[in-house]
Design a protein around this ligand. Structure first.
Ligand SMILES: Nc1nc2c(ncn2[C@@H]2O[C@H](COP(=O)(O)OP(=O)(O)O)[C@@H](O)[C@H]2O)c(=O)[nH]1
Ligand SMILES: [Mg+2]
Length: 451
């Protein structure tokens, strides 16, 4: 996500950090590069101008220049300003005092409304809600059918009707939601290639009749400044309550969309990061800034892990790591968890890119390899799993035979296990430890600067 912006910013900041003393010339140079990087990510030029001016003013301030670590101070300033740019604080989804809460999805055609309706319904269900979805996109028969396919794939309740009037369909769905005890209703609406008055009137009618507590603009991040422009127009007519940015998994132009908040005052509430229904994330300005600046998104990772691993289990793992009792059996369980969490690369991408990453180099295994690894560990005796040191040459041969894998693979697994153990130990001592204490304590943890 935003890899090139991220790379460029990280390089500038790394160079700055490397300087013992920071002169005005250094700052000037760095600001020029930051400006370029932001413009290339398609952030609006006015937004860039303000951003660079604010960073520069603070960076040249007396406290920074005279401090012992001016480079790091500048990094912190850039991070804080990025967070501001993205909206400072995460704005949670609103729910009606009296359910059902109505969420209306609006946006241009192809922006990802139907897909995101499914994603959001799934997300809500994971939060313990009972959503119902309905299509009010009556102009293309395929659109109604598409939501049906989505609902079927997710086993999600869908309201169906013969009525082809969008407003009535939505109203009927609301009645259905009330009758059947659904606490949320998501309405997928029609889009156009360009905004037109007729579409806006239709959306206004649905809004007035159903009084949604959320009117979410679904905007395609890859369309850059166009996404910002349409956000402005939708907001003027419909008073948006938030934005769901899709296709943030593409690298280009995402910067534009991230400045939507600055331009329209509408908070980004979710980002879509892939075509799969599970690929929706709550948007956190702080985490996004951290991700872009390469501080890793350990919080998102923890959250993701918590969805699949129960917290107790995670806690136990960490404690084991700290006591250096992480066995091959735990290793196998971790591999299983990683499998549940999704593709390895995605997980690795969220980890801080500091020292920790080095040990992970040879851990990049694919699905098939994962099942081989599991087979190998399953062929070990419990004692071997608890004490990897016992596994000598003849035991390796036996394990290889038992699992039907070559000895070289058994050897490699034992090496990877040792690497992971080392890496996790380092992480649990450092950043992970700090974050965990905060994350498991109250509210959002303080992100200590890991440089
Ligand atoms: N890569 C990626 N593709 C997405 C994302 N969200 C939606 N899409 C794709 O965008 C296309 C249009 O989505 P659709 O939901 O039909 O848009 P709609 O016309 O607004 O309803 C589909 O091919 C989706 O798979 C996302 O977050 N990432
Ligand atoms: Mg659609």
């Amino acid at each position: 996500m935003l890899e090139s912006l991220s790379e460029k910013l990280q390089k500038v900041l790394k160079d700055l950090r490397g300087e013992g003393r920071v002169s005005e010339r250094h700052i000037d140079e760095a600001m020029r590069e930051i400006r370029m990087a932001l413009l290339e990510a398609d952030v609006h030029f006015k937004v860039v101008k303000g951003f660079v001016a604010r960073v520069k003013e603070q960076a040249l301030g007396q406290e920074v220049m005279r401090s012992l670590t001016p480079g790091q101070q500048v990094v912190k300033i850039v991070r804080d300003e990025l967070i501001e740019l993205f909206g400072a604080e995460a704005v949670p989804l609103r729910f009606a005092k009296v359910p059902p809460s109505v969420i209306m999805m609006v946006g241009l055609q192809g922006s990802g409304k139907t897909t995101s309706t499914g994603k959001l319904a799934l997300w809500l269900r994971k939060q313990g809600k009972r959503p119902l979805v309905v299509s009010a996109d009556v102009y293309r028969p395929a659109a109604i059918e598409q939501l049906k396919v989505v609902a079927r794939a997710l086993d999600m309740p869908l309201y169906e009707s013969e009525d082809m009037d969008p407003e009535r369909r939505a109203a009927q769905a609301l009645t259905e939601a009330r009758n059947k005890g659904h606490d949320t209703l998501i309405i997928d609406t029609a889009g156009r290639l360009h905004i037109d008055d007729q579409l806006m009137q239709e959306l206004e009618r649905i809004r007035d009749r159903l009084e949604p507590c959320e009117t979410l603009l679904v905007a395609d991040a890859m369309t850059g400044q166009d996404a910002v422009k349409s956000a402005r127009q939708f907001n003027r007519r419909l008073s948006l309550s938030g934005v769901l940015l899709t296709k943030m998994d593409g690298d280009t132009r995402g910067g534009a969309a991230l400045s939507i908040n600055q331009v329209t005052g509408c908070p980004v509430k979710f980002i879509g990061v892939g075509e799969k229904y599970s690929e929706l994330e709550v948007f956190h300005p702080q985490r996004m800034a951290g991700r872009i600046l390469g501080m890793g998104d350990v919080l998102s990772l923890i959250e993701k892990a918590e969805e699949t691993v129960d917290e107790e289990n995670a806690q136990r793992m960490l404690e084991k790591l700290q006591r250096n009792e992480f066995t091959l059996e735990d290793f196998r369980d971790q591999l299983k968890q990683i499998r549940k969490m999704g593709p390895l690369e995605e997980i690795l991408g969220m980890l801080p890119q500091m020292g920790a990453m080095k040990g992970l180099g040879n851990l990049q295994v694919d699905e098939k390899e994962l099942s081989h690894l599991e087979a190998i560990i399953n062929s070990m005796t419990p004692r071997e799993r608890a004490h990897a040191k016992l596994i000598n040459g003849s035991r390796r041969k036996r394990i290889a035979l038992g699992s039907g894998r070559p000895v070289s693979e058994v050897n490699r697994l034992l090496r990877q296990y040792a690497d992971m153990r080392k890496m996790m130990k380092r992480m649990s001592k450092g950043l992970m430890g700090k974050l965990r204490r905060g994350a498991l304590g109250k509210g959002l943890p303080k992100l200590n600067f890991p440089f």
